[in-house]
Design a protein around this ligand. Structure first.
Ligand SMILES: Cc1cc2nc3c(=O)[nH]c(=O)nc-3n(C[C@H](O)[C@H](O)[C@H](O)COP(=O)(O)OP(=O)(O)OC[C@H]3O[C@@H](n4cnc5c(N)ncnc54)[C@H](O)[C@@H]3O)c2cc1C
Length: 281
C-alpha cells in the first residue's frame, strides 16, 4: 500500500499519522518547522498548542468531554500525550505545552512506518492520498493553492491569546486556591480585588504596553473571547467574566468580595500561570 502523505504535524496531522500507522499503514509526514515558523508557532516539535493550554472539560455531560472520551477509546495519541503531560486544571484537561509537544514528537519519530520530512510544502501533492492538516496558519503558498482548488476566498477566524501572568508576581498572602465553578480540585489561583483595586487594574491595563497586532490578525473581535485590553477599553465596569459566571467571590483573607472583580489563573508550567476566564476555555 502506498504511504499516505500528511502535510502539517500539528495536532490534527500528528493524530492522523498515528491512526494510519496503528492500522498497519505507512505515512510520510511533512512539517515546515523549524525551517519555517508561522507567526504564532514557536516550538520546533510537533503538536504545538499555540494558545490556551486547555483542551476544555473532561466531564461527560458536554460535547467536548464526550469527544475526548471517543478519541481515548480510539487510542488517540493526542489524548495519551495530554494524560502524560497534564497540569492541574480542575475539571478541564490542560497540558504543559513543551512536554506535550515533546511527547508527541518522540512517539511519532520512533514509529517504523513513518517518514518525517521537515520541509515546507508549497503545492498539493498529486496522485497520492493526501491529508492536508496545516491548520489555521497554513503557509502562504499552500494557502493560495487550497484557495485555487476550493475556488473561494478565505474564511477568517477570531481569537484572543490568553494573557500569561508570572507566578512570582502573585502575592500568595492575598490570593487563594479554589476550584472552578465549585467542581474539581483546588487548582486555580484566585486573586480577589476590592473595588479600588479592580479599577486600578483596569486603568493599568489601559495604560499598559500592547502586543502589536500581527499580519494575520485583523481586528474583528469575537465577543465570546475578547482580549483583556479590549475589556478594559470598554469601560471600568465592563464585566471581565462571561455573564453566567459573574457572582460574588469569597476570599478566605478578606471580608469584602467584589462581583466580577476577580482574576483566576491555572498553573501551566512551574513558573508561569495562565489566566482563564474567557467563555471558551
Ligand atoms: C493565535 C491562535 C490562538 C488559538 N487559540 C486556540 C484556543 O484557545 N483553543 C483552541 O482550541 N484552538 C485555538 N487555536 C486554534 C488552534 O490552532 C487549533 O485548535 C489547533 O492547533 C489546530 O490544529 P491543527 O493541527 O489543525 O493546526 P496546527 O496545530 O496549527 O498545526 C499545523 C502544522 O502545520 C504546519 N504547516 C503549516 N503550513 C505548512 C506547509 N505549507 N508545509 C508544511 N507544514 C506546514 C505548521 O507548522 C503546524 O505545525 C488558536 C490558533 C491561533 C493561531
Amino acid at each position: 500500500m502506498e504511504p499516505v502523505v500528511i502535510v502539517g504535524a500539528g495536532l490534527a496531522g500528528s493524530e492522523a499519522a498515528w491512526q494510519i500507522l496503528k492500522r498497519g499503514g505507512k505515512a510520510i509526514l511533512f512539517e515546515m518547522k523549524p525551517e519555517v515558523f508561522s507567526s504564532a508557532h514557536r516550538l520546533p516539535g510537533f503538536a504545538e498548542v499555540v494558545c490556551s493550554n486547555s483542551f476544555k472539560s473532561e466531564s461527560l455531560d458536554n460535547a467536548v468531554g464526550i469527544l475526548k472520551e471517543e478519541m481515548r477509546q480510539l487510542d488517540s495519541l493526542i489524548l495519551r500525550a495530554a494524560k502524560e503531560t497534564h497540569v492541574p486544571a480542575g475539571e478541564s484537561l490542560a497540558v504543559d505545552r513543551e512536554a506535550f509537544s515533546n511527547y508527541v514528537t518522540q512517539q511519532l519519530e520512533q514509529m517504523e512506518n513513518l517518514k518525517v520530512i521537515r520541509k515546507e510544502v508549497k503545492t498539493i501533492p498529486e496522485d497520492q492520498i493526501v491529508v492536508l492538516a496545516t491548520g489555521p496558519l497554513t503557509s502562504e503558498p499552500l494557502s493560495q493553492e487550497v484557495q485555487k482548488m476550493a475556488g473561494s476566498s478565505h474564511l477568517f477566524f477570531y481569537d484572543a491569546i490568553s494573557p500569561i501572568v508570572t507566578a512570582e508576581s502573585i502575592d500568595r498572602e492575598q490570593s487563594f486556591m479554589a476550584s472552578r465553578y465549585g467542581r474539581g480540585g483546588d487548582d486555580f489561583v484566585n486573586c480577589p480585588l476590592e473595588e479600588r483595586e479592580y479599577y486600578a487594574l483596569v486603568e493599568a491595563l489601559r495604560q499598559a504596553e500592547r502586543v502589536p497586532v500581527r499580519d494575520f490578525e485583523k481586528r474583528y473581535l469575537f465577543e465570546g473571547c475578547l482580549p483583556i485590553e479590549e475589556l478594559a477599553d470598554r469601560g471600568k465596569t465592563h464585566c471581565p467574566w462571561a455573564p453566567e459566571t459573574c457572582g460574588v467571590y469569597r476570599s478566605p483573607y478578606r471580608e469584602t468580595t467584589v462581583c466580577c472583580g476577580a482574576a483566576e489563573m491555572r498553573g501551566s508550567v512551574r513558573i508561569l500561570l495562565q489566566s482563564v476566564g474567557s467563555k471558551h476555555d
